[in-house]
Design a protein around this ligand. Structure first.
Ligand code: ADP
Length: 722
């Protein structure tokens, strides 16, 4: 009795559910006759219960539904639900036909859902997605493509139907290898720049964003393909424009700066005080213009990825001292003091010496510029396990909190009366940031307005496998003939004047052909070449000089406004200098090269820099060319770059010791006969007598200069006579 009441109650509940749900229900017997229909089914199908109940399914007037129902009934196991989508009276319907069976009966239940609204909103969304200028691909959680817009299909050159409902990998579609590290489920969006070559060349940013529901369940991801070809082209055009304009400005500036320097030096006769004052103003302003052009060129090189960094183990203390020294005169004038605090045992950092110097000069010049007279500038360096950190602190005007965040962006200058008066471009710090980040470090600034600022940067410590390329230094003042190749006669005359004052004879050529003929007939000690002669023919000349046996031994110095140091070095240039030419630099480069060609070359290998520097200076003053190496591996790099006439070798050294150097030298027939003088303060290791036996001589530390020089002279003359 109770059971029947329960059943009846349950039935009432089911009826209520069936009546009030928005979905249509039709229950059928196993013969396919309609037993029950709810109101929603009546409304959707347009048939009353009176018309349907007791009739076969076909009587409902929906052939696709009847067909699916019959198929479910006919299926042998009668257990699998099937769905059918259809349009009826203008509505999008999805009908699910599911079999049921219990102890007493079996049959089929049909659920009919009106999807019209859903379809409409999907169509709206699709229309929006189709109309965007970006390509879109939607992936399901199973990494199947569920939607592709026409733009994506066009960009990839693949028809939509070949993409949709496939599991084609996003990166393979973009012409890349599948990215192992790609995890679309990772919370944040990721952007990658990709170059598509097919069907047309395009640079695109591919951005992937995960799609999650309200419960953070991962539903798949959307890939957006944004065409940045035009932006990149404009960027490149801008860089080229800046680069060309800067180069065009450099050529006249080279002459202006150079000749003003010569007049100020008295080369054009005596000048009076007023003339000196006016010319000094011209000089200062042309220097400013050179700085500005250099900044612009740096920016365009950084932005176009053409910046060439020579990363090597770096003694930060030396760089700091060098940078501070360049400001000595200014510091004294403004009454500033500078303190340098660097621990003696500061480890070597990895960096490009010139670029790190540039960063330090920028920080120190700002510290002086933005401080009242008489302030103290403190330069400090310290290290932890990974980085060397250098900071420059001043007691100047300071920087407000809101400016700090933007300080390192291009052209940003704090907007204050004082900054405006001081003048500047706002380029320096953005260049600093790019350089340091390219070197693997970071930059930052802490400041209190009115009290001062601390600008800092970090550089990674030099790893054991980083090797410095030691350079050769000649004794200087040797004289000789220099061939100067420059299309611009004014610039050639200027270089001639510089070199003549330094004691060299100069011959000039204004074309590549003339230069090559003179190189053969005159055998100059060094050739300077402006690679831009005759629209870039300088590189051909360089190549020809290195390829021709009669000229291949003459060192070539490239003087250029093109900033193509990497290319010049690859093509065999001995050195590279940028225009406008720095007189001192040119002189020292030429001195070194002439000296090293004319004199015996001695490689000094000692990790104690004081001893090494002292030895090198003394040897240079005695007319030798020297190469300084601070450990065994640097020594081996130097030996292979330029075979020395002799090696002075310390035994105890980090990285690769003297015994290992000896072994390596002997193993290689090319280097086995280079005489080695061992310098050591310790007892020699008898167990290594075999290696030590190869040494041409031993000298004990502290070194007796006369003894050493005597031994070197003896050994070199022995060689010559044998
Ligand atoms: P510039 O000095 O040519 O304007 P920088 O990029 O070197 O360009 O510096 C950007 C701005 O940062 C400067 O204009 C100045 O407002 C601020 N700034 C830089 N260094 C300091 C400093 N030591 N003290 C105060 N302000 C500074």
């Amino acid at each position: 009795m109770d059971e029947t009441r329960d059943e009846r109650r349950a039935f009432t509940h089911v009826r209520a559910l069936m009546t009030h749900t928005g979905e249509g229900f039709v229950a059928l017997t196993s013969a396919g006759d309609v037993r029950l229909m709810n109101e929603a089914a009546e409304e959707i199908l347009g048939r009353t219960r009176a018309e349907g109940v007791g009739q076969p399914i076909e009587a409902l007037g929906v052939p696709e539904l009847a067909e699916t129902t019959r198929a479910v009934i006919a299926a042998a196991d009668c257990s699998r639900p099937r769905s059918v989508s259809l349009v009826l009276h203008g509505r999008d319907l999805i009908c699910t036909v599911a079999p049921y069976h219990d102890q007493d009966s079996c049959g089929v239940v049909v659920t009919i859902r009106d999807q019209s609204e859903l379809t409409r909103s999907r169509k709206r969304a699709e229309a929006i997605l189709q109309s965007t200028a970006d390509g879109l691909i939607v992936y399901s959680s199973q990494s199947r493509i569920t939607f592709v817009n026409n733009t994506a299909s066009l960009m990839l050159g693949i028809p939509v139907e070949e993409l949709i409902e496939t599991d084609r990998d996003l990166w393979t579609l973009c012409g890349l290898q599948p990215l192992e590290t790609f995890d679309p489920q990772r919370g944040d969006s990721q952007v990658r720049e990709v170059t598509l070559e097919q069907p047309v060349h395009r640079v695109v940013d591919v951005r992937t964003d995960p799609v999650v529901d309200d419960h953070d369940m991962y539903l798949g991801y959307v890939a957006t393909i944004h065409d940045v070809t035009a932006e990149r082209e404009i960027g490149q055009m801008k860089n080229e424009f800046v680069s060309t304009v800067s180069h065009e400005l450099r050529t006249p500036l080279t002459s202006i700066k150079g000749y003003v320097d010569l007049i100020l030096d008295g080369d054009a006769g005596e000048i009076n005080d007023t003339q000196r004052e006016f010319l000094t103003i011209v000089k200062e302003n042309s220097d400013r213009l050179v700085d500005l052009i250099n900044d612009l060129l740096d920016i365009s090189r950084i932005e176009s990825g053409r910046i060439h960094l020579k990363v090597q183990p770096l003694q930060v203390a030396g760089r700091i001292k060098g940078a501070v020294d360049t400001f000595r005169a200014v510091l004294d004038q403004a009454g500033h003091t500078v303190t340098i605090e660097v621990p003696d045992d500061l480890p070597l950092a990895a960096g490009d010496p010139d670029r790190v110097g540039q960063v330090l000069i920028n920080f120190i010049s700002n510290a002086i510029k933005y401080s009242p007279e008489g302030g103290n500038v403190r330069v400090r360096a310290e290290a932890d396990d990974e980085f060397v950190r250098v900071s420059v602190s001043d007691e100047g005007i300071g920087i407000a909190e809101e400016d700090l965040a933007q300080l390192f962006t291009k052209f940003y200058r704090v907007d204050s009366k004082l900054t405006r008066e001081i003048g500047g471009t706002g380029l320096g710090l953005s260049i600093v940031k790019s350089i340091i980040e390219l070197l693997g470090g970071q930059v930052g600034c802490e400041s209190t307005p009115g009290e001062g600022s601390t600008f800092w940067f970090t550089l990674p410590l030099a790893s054991a496998d980083l090797v410095r390329m030691p350079t050769i230094e000649g004794p200087g003042g040797v004289g000789g003939t220099i061939l100067v190749v420059d299309q611009n006669p004014e610039v050639a005359d200027l270089i001639e004047t510089y070199l003549f004052k330094r004691g060299y004879d100069v011959i000039k050529a204004h074309s590549a052909e003339e230069a090559f003929d003179l190189a053969i007939s005159e055998s100059p000690a060094v050739i300077t070449v402006d690679v831009m002669i005759e629209d870039g023919k300088g590189f051909d000349l360089l190549q020809k000089l290195t390829d021709t046996p009669m000229t291949s031994r003459i060192p070539v110095v490239v003087l250029s406004i093109v900033c193509d140091e990497g290319r010049s070095q690859r093509m065999g240039a001995a050195n590279y200098l940028e225009k406008p030419i720095d007189r001192e630099k040119l002189a020292s480069v030429i001195d070194d090269l002439v000296g090293s060609v004319a004199s015996p070359v001695i490689l000094v290998v000692d990790d104690d820099r004081r001893i090494n520097d002292l030895l090198c200076a003394n040897l240079k003053s005695l007319g030798y060319a020297v190469i300084a190496a601070y450990d065994g591996r640097e020594a081996m790099v130097a030996v292979h770059a330029k075979r020395p006439h002799m090696i002075l070798l310390d035994l105890r050294m980090p990285v690769m010791d003297g015994y290992q150097v000896m072994e390596k030298l002997r193993e290689d027939p090319e280097t086995a006969d280079i005489p080695v003088v061992i310098m050591t303060a310790y007892h020699l290791d008898d167990s290594r007598a075999d290696v030590l036996g190869y040494a041409a001589a031993h000298v004990c530390k502290p070194i007796d200069e006369n003894e050493l020089v005597g031994r070197i002279h003896e050994l070199l003359t022995e060689r010559e006579s044998s």
